[in-house]
Write a protein that binds this ligand. Structure first.
Ligand code: PEP
Ligand code: MN
Length: 355
């Protein structure tokens, strides 16, 4: 006989109260709150972050809010939240989150530039790109060892060898690196090497993968799916946050529209819209959105002007030989000029460029 389904209380609504524990709350304090929620028929979702534990209480709103949670030992405060994405909402946290990537801040009023090749192709290619972006002032190196390709016959990445080269470049050029993870089975491998793990547009709604990176102790960049609304994107971020990984950065990388002059349409308004809805940092990818080298500089300028916390830019020492995305990669010399513009624009807006 198949096992009988678990005993389920009446269906729960989405209404929720967040109960934030003091940083020094004990396990017993946590267990006490969870038990009281269960007693009144509510669900408790516990998110243990580095700095604090938050309990999301879902169930009968009136019954939950009637209890004097602030009087419970270990409870710092409660936040009633109506939005379906709770932890990542401004209602939950009014101040901006700052995410640390190997000692480099993302968010908090700075501009952080991440740059490098789309994919790691060889030691020589990676080191030439890394040396150039470092010299021009990028703070974080990008380079992927696992590539999501439209065709299964295209170059798929150097896998662990690529991660090892990136780790070598980190030492050589003293810059942390970000790399994409495609599959829950390689999350630990990528997290072991990278300073920040990236979920690409194609995997934004891969909830198993999101939950897996949510369990890692490494910052996560979550790109917007090309067909995703802002609300769907924030739900995806909630999947990561809820698992206890609170170091999440969003990245706008363009969406599919009827326009075919560009690969995707950069949704520049997503930046201020997200900043109203969420406390998470948001950066822009001017390379994968337009998909065209000539658009990288204008889109980067737009990103800084609109108030993004940074940019993610493809730079290749010889784009004509690139195994992936050569058409959108800019040359080191072009990147150098662009960095001057980024610094000038940021300064005009009272922001500093990290690096
Ligand atoms: C990338 O940054 O290399 C990439 C694959 O981007 P996206 O997931 O936005 O297409
Ligand atoms: Mn690419």
């Amino acid at each position: 006989m198949p096992p009988s389904p678990p005993d389920r209380a009446t269906p729960k609504g989405d209404d929720s109260l967040l109960i934030v524990l003091h940083h020094d709350a004990t396990e017993a304090d946590l267990a006490h709150v969870v038990q009281r929620l269960r007693d009144i028929g509510a669900d408790a979702h516990v998110s243990r972050g580095r700095t604090r534990t938050i309990i999301s209480a879902v169930g009968d709103r009136i019954r939950i809010q009637q209890l004097p949670w602030e009087a419970f030992p270990g409870v710092e405060r409660t936040v009633p939240v109506l939005k379906p994405f709770k932890f990542v909402s401004r209602e939950f946290q009014s101040g901006d989150s700052v995410v640390q990537v190997g000692g480099v801040d993302v968010g908090g009023g700075h501009v952080t530039v991440m740059a490098g090749p789309c994919a790691v192709e060889s030691r020589d290619q990676l080191f030439r790109a890394a040396s150039a972006v470092k010299k021009a002032g990028a703070a974080i190196l990008r380079g992927d060892a696992f590539k999501p390709r439209t065709s299964p016959y295209s170059f798929q990445g150097l896998e662990e060898e690529g991660l090892m080269l990136l780790a070598e470049a980190r030492e050589e050029f003293e810059m942390p690196f970000i790399a994409e993870v495609l599959d829950p089975r390689t999350v630990e491998l990528v997290a072991q090497y990278a300073d920040m793990i990236r979920i690409g547009a194609r995997n934004m709604a891969n909830f198993t993968l999101l939950a897996e990176v949510g369990k890692q102790d490494k910052p996560v960049m979550l790109k917007r799916g090309m067909n995703a609304t802002i609300e769907e994107w924030l739900h995806a971020a909630e999947y990561v946050y809820k698992e206890g990984n609170h170091q999440v950065v969003l990245c706008e990388r363009g969406i599919r529209t009827f326009e075919d002059q560009t690969r995707n349409t950069l949704d520049i308004s997503a930046v201020p819209v997200v900043q109203r809805l969420s406390h998470l940092p948001i950066i822009v990818d001017p390379s994968h959105s337009g998909g065209r080298r000539d658009l990288v500089a204008p889109l980067t300028r737009a990103a800084i002007a609109v108030g993004a916390d940074g940019v993610l830019i493809d730079v290749h020492p010889a784009p004509e030989t690139a195994l992936v995305d050569g058409a959108q990669a800019i040359l080191p010399s072009e990147f150098e000029v662009l960095m001057d513009e980024v610094r000038a624009l940021a300064a005009a807006l009272g922001r500093d460029v990290i690096g």
